[in-house]
Design a protein around this ligand. Sequence first.
Ligand SMILES: Cc1cc2nc3c(=O)[nH]c(=O)nc-3n(C[C@H](O)[C@H](O)[C@H](O)COP(=O)(O)O)c2cc1C
Length: 291
Amino acid sequence: MTYIARAELAAAVSEAGGLGVIETLTPEGRADLRRVHELTDKPVAANLMIQGWKKDPSIVDKLAEAGVRHVFTSAGDPALFTKLLHDAGMTVVHVVGSLKGAHKAAEAGVDALVVEGVEGGGFKSLLGASTMVLLPLIAENVNLPIIAAGGICDARSAAAALVLGAEGVQMGTRMLASQESMVHTNFKDAIVAANDAGTVLLDIPGNPTMRVLRTGLAARVAAHDPTAQLLGKVTELYFDGDMEASVANTGQVSSRIVDLLPVAEIIRRTWGEIEAVLDAARLRSGTSRTP
Ligand SMILES: Cc1cc2nc3c(=O)[nH]c(=O)nc-3n(C[C@H](O)[C@H](O)[C@H](O)COP(=O)(O)O)c2cc1C
């Protein structure tokens, strides 16, 4: 999450037993790869947006110098960076939104996949499948560990992802709407206020397809208003709270987020309540093993 996935948020995730991820597209994010070691001694990963770095493999040296051991590559051809990252001793997890993408990542030799459904926030494929379809499809056809993403915010959705074939889960929108996330409260409050019609998938020629909050700007962009700028002044949205300065990447799961929790509480509730959620599902299905 460019500008958002910074050291404080990533450290909070890792301290709580997850694996925090820091973005590398901004100089601040890259500096945080080192600064985060002052906040936690737990492992923290980096996100490498391939589209942004494909002409500059020096990012691999920067990651190595900062002590990064795990890299989540996304938005581009995994063959470009996987070997370089492996040669530098790093684990590579690649984000995919299709079975074809998963096969391609497996051929490139990645260690694991993030399988992300079209309900998730951020860049997407217009023809992308939902997490419910994509996860079992890839789990049954590709022999790699899977981290599920898209639509996950709590124990119920994480348990569903495990049943569908994942080993772990990744949360974007839920972490964006956490207490430690440094985005302006207007953005967080808009996520909390969103209902199940609260996001829209924008597919504007010449731009990446994106799932965003259904703001006034998003409606104008969707209506092809030539004066509406898709990713205009994203920092004014993130840090000044101007919800019309840029479209606001957000997942459908915003409709299930009703409060701004500390990261540790999100993670504690997610993993701590999984067993109870699965037990309740067994009871409802009549397959409970308890007498
Ligand atoms: C504001 C925002 C920015 C994002 N930026 C990135 C990014 O830079 N790189 C990336 O791999 N994924 C990015 N994502 C996707 C998230 O990492 C995550 O996979 C996704 O949000 C999961 O779906 P969810 O929103 O339903 O939790 C972004 C998501 C959001 C909401």
